[in-house]
Design a protein around this ligand. Sequence first.
Ligand code: RB5
Length: 144
Amino acid sequence: MIAIGCDHGGYDLKLAVESYLKEQGVEYVDFGCDGEKVDYPDIAVKVCEKVVNGECDKGILVCGTGIGMSMCANKINGIRAAVCGDTFSAKYTRLHNNANVLCMGGRVIGAGLACEIVHEFLNNEFEGGRHIARLDKMKNLEGK
Ligand code: RB5
């Protein structure tokens, strides 16, 4: 199950991503917004809580740039959020960083690229190995 959310800057792209998820048979829960003006931290926290508590496997957050959402998401313990504007980053943030939240910018990339990014994010698994110790060190940064 994927948790997905956006602010007004990411609304159109979120709808495109949701159509793609439906097409692919990927289940998701939408935590808003519905196009109205909202503050992105309010949406980021709703999506990330579901990822951290295990109700959802991964999260997708869309704002104007993807940056505000990622900054908020990465303040939440247990979240590893990556802003991606290309497919290589989306693949490697799964393989190396075990990212559990994908952030994208609705004012930065188009729907076609965003769906390919989502595909890489959802279809690559963490490699483990040498990356485990790095993620442990990352975890130790929480709360500093
Ligand atoms: C909203 O105008 C905009 O600031 C927001 O969508 C996002 O780009 C923030 O990082």
